[in-house]
Unconditional design. Structure first.
Lengths: 210, 403
């Protein structure tokens, strides 16, 4: 799913920080393989990728990455349980047809899942809808309503609620500002939900498993 | 699978065919011979000895023998992957991919390509002399499998003094051999490229092969497979087999684009059964060109080998088990207009490799050229292959191409 990966991903370094060195990682919607490459170089990770675009897959293969052409909705079901330590979905959740099923599959395939997404609860998004009466178009959400691949946008609060329905818990979460830097304030969720342009969450399967 | 499909242009209809499988020409090529005391024991319980393997090499083997690539040809291919085929006088079947500066770079790698057993280009097959009768084997040749073909290739690789192959690559039936290599000799295959192929032959594939075989056997000149001794050849039957098979190597879109309903050298239908349509003329030409270079009994044996291929069945019904704990890097390639070995077949291979945690890449190439796309100049396919091989070469510690 490279639909939303055309712009530079500001959250890659933060995601890499969440991954234990030497682990097995599946990057779903890996684009041109920038994150997998970063993880291989910095964390000695054994990485695999799934990417929808032929061009993205070719770029990955040319870099020596093991990447399969496919998408999160259709192809995660084929992966065996516990094949990976981490399954990463970076800026892609909002473009999946069934976000909940995708998250369940991620937590089945890997014990931990890392998810980043644009926050539809950010004040600028809210303001555009509230004061201009128009569907929001921002740096993170740069598409017009009629041609956007982002069919399942959510807020940080929405996401946290969904995790509660998944037999998983949040190990860490971070809201990022417009420059991709974490908002380092000790604040309640509603502040993050207002101030964060994007969010990154590290989820872990509850002990009982999904 | 069809060397001559690259232009898709209707050619002249040829009348008489020269003798097939030119022994004089093939004798000039490379032949490995394994004597009577080193028989190839086949899956079907047969034994082939003496065994000859016709092969060709391209490029140079490096000092530590680490740059060898085995190219596996498709159903009716041969060892002449590159250069000029001495039998047909045409370029090698994978000239788009093999040569200096091409993905299978002859300046960098040592490429080996051998004719499959059961074939008719220098390797032992049904046209070879059966030592126990002094006559051509005919149908007495053992029915061989893809695994038997790979066993013979392994004998050749041993013979060449190569322990581990840097890569095994091939499309269609060649891709089946790649999969079999990875399953049978996982420690001898550093990288594998199964292209436009399947881990098992589908009912549709078996059905098309059966049509071809029945066409051969229905020709009165087939003579129960003993045609060589009687100085005839079932050319009509073999040509029909090729015509029907050739359709399966193309796509409807490619046929429509090239031929549509265009007429051949005439402005109106003749109200006869002449080749009024260009597509008819094209297929007739393909059939006749094929019988010039291929042995009818070999066609029966190589199609049968494909039909029997079901790699998962050899591993208790689990394809994943065939690749358990493999260290081989895989790059699986499918073409979206290939309806003979559709993308779903490749995905099944990828699924099994994933289940075993193998290092696997998978690309579906956009092309409207059907199954034969793997033989043609497809830029994205070439780019993928180049990238995969270069990254594998770096992991293997192979030097850059000679300057």
């Amino acid at each position: 799913m490279s639909l939303v990966s055309a712009k530079p991903r500001r959250d890659l370094a933060l995601i890499a920080d969440l991954v234990e060195p030497g682990s097995r990682v599946l990057d779903v919607g890996c684009g041109d393989g920038a994150l997998l490459q970063l993880l291989a170089e910095q964390k000695n990770v054994d990485g695999r990728g799934v990417e929808l675009s032929q061009r993205g897959v070719n770029e990955c293969v040319a870099k020596g990455l093991s990447v399969i052409q496919g998408d999160a909705d259709a192809d995660l079901v084929d992966y065996p349980d516990d094949g990976f330590d981490y399954v990463i979905l970076s800026q892609t959740l909002q473009a999946t047809r069934q976000p909940q099923a995708v998250l369940r599959n991620m937590l089945r395939i890997g014990r931990r899942a890392i998810v980043s997404f644009p926050n539809f609860g950010h004040w600028r998004v809210r303001a555009q809808l509230a004061f201009l009466g128009r569907m929001p178009v921002t740096g993170n959400l740069s598409y017009s309503w009629h041609d956007t691949p982002n069919i399942h946008l959510c807020t940080i609060r929405d996401f946290v609620e969904l995790v509660g329905a998944l037999d998983a818990y949040i190990v860490r979460g971070a809201a990022l500002d417009r420059n991709g830097a974490p908002i380092r304030v000790n604040a309640p969720w509603w502040v993050w939900n207002l101030m964060g342009e994007q969010a990154v969450f590290l989820l872990e399967r509850s002990a009982a498993g999904p | 699978m069809s060397n001559s499909s690259q232009s898709l242009s209707p050619g002249p209809v040829v009348d008489a065919a020269p003798p097939v499988c030119r022994p004089d020409v093939l004798a000039a090529g490379k032949i490995a011979t394994f004597p009577l005391d080193r028989p190839l024991l086949t899956d079907g319980g047969g034994s082939i000895a003496p065994l000859t393997i016709g092969y060709e090499t391209f490029g140079a083997l490096n000092a530590d023998r680490s740059n060898a690539i085995l190219l596996c040809h498709a159903l009716t291919g041969d060892q002449y992957a590159a250069g000029v085929n001495p039998v047909t006088g045409k370029p090698g079947w994978w000239e788009a991919m093999v040569g200096p500066g091409k993905p299978f770079d002859t300046d960098r790698y040592f490429l080996i390509c051998s004719n499959v057993i059961g074939g008719c280009m220098g390797s032992t097959g049904p046209a070879s002399v059966n030592p126990s009768t002094g006559r051509p084997y005919g149908l007495d040749f053992p029915v061989v499998t893809i695994r038997d073909m790979v066993r013979a290739q392994a004998m050749l690789v041993d013979h060449l003094g190569i322990d581990t192959l840097f890569c095994v690559a091939g499309g269609s039936m060649g891709g089946m051999q790649v999969l079999q290599w990875a399953a049978s000799y996982p420690d001898r295959v550093f990288a594998a490229m199964p292209i436009a192929t399947a881990a098992k032959h589908s009912a549709q594939n078996i059905a098309f092969h059966e049509v071809g075989r029945q066409a051969v056997m229905a020709d009165p000149d087939w003579r129960g497979g003993r045609y060589l001794e009687q100085g005839v050849r079932p050319e009509k039957g073999l040509a029909v087999a090729r015509m029907s098979a050739h359709i399966t190597y193309l796509s409807e879109a490619a046929l429509q684009r090239k031929f549509g309903r265009k007429l051949q050298d005439r402005s109106a239908p003749t109200f006869s059964f002449d080749a009024d349509f260009q597509v008819e003329n094209y297929l007739r030409y393909q059939g006749l060109a094929f019988v010039e270079r291929f042995d009818a009994n070999s066609y029966l044996f190589v199609t049968r080998a494909c039909d029997y291929f079901d790699l998962g069945a050899d591993y208790g019904g689990s394809l994943a088990r065939a690749f358990k704990d493999t260290k081989t890097r895989f790059c699986v390639v499918a073409f979206d207009s290939d309806w003979l070995y559709p993308t779903s077949d490749s995905r099944a291979i990828v699924h099994a490799l994933n289940a075993g945690g193998a290092s696997v890449s998978f690309v579906e190439i956009d092309s409207d050229k059907g199954h034969d796309a793997f033989l043609l100049h497809e830029p994205m396919f070439i780019a993928t292959t180049r990238g995969f091989l270069e990254s594998a070469a770096a992991a293997r510690g192979l030097k850059e191409a000679r300057a």
